[in-house]
Design a protein around this ligand. Structure first.
Ligand SMILES: Cc1ncc(COP(=O)(O)O)c(C=O)c1O
Length: 509
């Protein structure tokens, strides 16, 4: 970027978008100490697991058998018709999935009438709390008026696009899509079309949806095609991974690619892979930006989780680093279906023009239900409510309170566990499943590593079940999303419940 362009860009960034917000509008109040967290995680993975005592775990399992009978019955029936009986990868599965009938604010209710504190937050979208009454009212109004979809343009498409372009600093144009997975696919297609290059570099351990090209280096860095069952090798031929937070490795890869046709894009989650499970240095994103500019690759921020959760200007506003393309999902439809979108500079986004503009060479995207009036309206009113109520900051303070409380409990019971957060994205690593080191270049070490993953994963499931039995729904037993509905009372109640689990952890050998 030339100096003049940089000036114009920054001027626009400052004045027309007005996103220089006080940090109180962001969910993250203080940047965590990445080295300290990584040291603690290293220590955790290098010691034997410390699960819930066998007696107590047996009591938790019995709790489900006694108090969740209707769930068990329905899931047993579902096994006949739905593969595995459950359709969400991160659903609570152990000892059996539960069936939920009601969601309201900070709470979920199962079919047997049990109440839970909701830290799964639908996987991230419901930052306002579940089933927000304002958004619900608007959704009902819209359905009464025109139904959920028409296949034609609706005013809410414009309203949500305008709102996003106004608030997310790097976004000049926005295209709504059906899911985060679709939006990632679109971003890669646009990057390849715009640069004329093919290679995509992602960060190992990151999840960017389940498209053929992105099932690569998932969950555990360095695992490449380990999960790519049913995906021909050719589909991941141009996908590469680098280890998280390793700027030198990225530079080496970009340099290597330059001699072999070049890199179309680097895609990453600005808070770190897997919603920040592996935290990155504050300066990491800016340094990636520099490298992308130097090597002519586009920078794609996958803000499926972070946009409108870290802040209304996204994680890019928080880090003050401008990507070329931004992938949206989750909060963009406020917990309603059809949560996906791609935003970016006009010069790139015009590659997606549809309808009358469609005659030129363009990146093909589509979707019968993309940008339907219901998703657009739900997303738009969710964003308005976030702005009106300062929801990201509120959810962030709840995340801080939860994390601080968990850290105190970990200390009190002298446990090796690690709690950390990026505002309303909270991590509680007890078995460090995703931190098992897998070296694909040494295939003879794989059986041992996989055995370790299995044992640690089972402990994570048990922890999830223990929290659930105590009335807390987590995401896969290791992550919690907080929302603006989480008052201090809700968080303190949750901490008392976590304490009941921590009190019963097996002693170290
Ligand atoms: C960072 C990230 N990118 C992409 C996706 C895929 O989004 P979707 O589930 O809407 O396809 C997810 C989903 O969890 C995600 O966390």
């Amino acid at each position: 970027m030339k100096l003049f362009d940089l000036f114009v860009y920054n001027t626009k960034f400052d004045i027309t978008k007005n996103i220089i917000m006080s940090t109180s509008n962001f969910s993250i109040s203080e940047y965590h100490n990445v080295k300290e967290i990584n040291d603690r995680l290293d220590k955790l993975i290098n010691q034997p697991i410390r699960p819930v005592s066998r007696d107590k775990m047996a009591a938790y399992i019995e709790h489900f058998e006694k108090n969740c009978l209707k769930s068990k019955e329905m899931i047993t029936e579902a096994m006949n018709y739905i593969p595995g009986g459950v359709q969400h990868n991160l659903a609570f599965n152990y000892p059996f999935p539960l069936v939920f009938t009601k969601a309201e604010g900070a709470y979920l209710y199962d079919i047997d009438g049990n109440r839970y504190i909701d830290f799964i937050q639908a996987g991230g979208p419901t930052i306002l709390g579940s089933n927000n009454p304002v958004v619900k009212g608007k959704a009902i109004e819209l359905i009464n008026e025109c139904g959920p979809s028409t296949g034609l343009f609706h005013e809410y498409e414009l309203k949500i696009a305008e709102f996003i372009c106004k608030h997310v600093p790097s976004v000049e144009m926005f295209r709504m899509l059906g899911s985060g997975t679709e939006a990632v696919m679109a971003s890669i297609r646009v990057a390849r079309l715009a640069t004329g290059k093919k290679k995509i570099i992602k960060v190992g351990g990151a999840y960017h949806g389940w498209s053929d090209q992105m099932v690569y280096g998932m969950r555990i860095p360095g695992t490449g095609r380990f999960d790519a069952h049913g995906i021909p090798r050719v589909c991941t031929k141009h996908t590469q991974e680098v280890f998280p937070n390793d700027i030198k490795a990225l530079k080496r890869k970009l340099r290597w690619n330059r001699l072999r046709g070049g890199t179309a894009a680097v895609i990453l989650e600005p808070v770190g892979p897997e919603s920040g499970t592996r935290p990155v240095d504050f300066a990491y994103n800016a340094r990636v930006r520099e490298l992308c500019t130097r090597y002519g690759a586009l920078l794609i921020f996958d803000e499926v989780v972070s946009a409108f959760r870290v802040g209304l200007s996204g994680a890019q506003g928080y880090y003050n680093v401008m990507p070329d393309l931004t992938v949206f999902g989750k909060v963009v439809a406020g917990g309603y279906p059809g949560a996906g979108g791609l935003g970016g500079k006009k010069e790139y986004m015009s590659n997606l023009a549809a309808g009358l503009q469609g005659a030129k060479k363009r990146a093909m995207v589509g979707g019968t239900m993309s940008a339907n009036p219901l998703s657009s309206a739900a997303g738009y009113y969710t964003l308005l409510e976030i702005e009106k109520t300062d929801a990201c900051a509120k959810a962030g303070r709840a995340g801080d309170r939860l994390t601080k409380g968990l850290q105190e409990l970990i200390e009190k019971y002298n446990l090796p566990f690690v709690a950390y957060n990026q505002g309303s994205i909270c991590h509680l690593e007890t078995s460090a499943t995703m931190f098992v080191k897998i070296n694909m270049k040494r295939p003879w070490t794989l059986p041992h590593a996989l055995k370790e993953v299995k044992a640690r994963k089972h402990m994570m499931e048990e922890m999830g079940a223990a929290y659930m039995a105590e009335g807390i729904v987590t995401l896969a037993g290791s992550r919690m999303y907080t929302s603006a509905a989480d008052t201090d009372e809700v968080i303190d109640d949750a901490l008392a419940r976590f304490e009941r689990v921590f009190r019963n952890i097996e002693p170290a050998n």
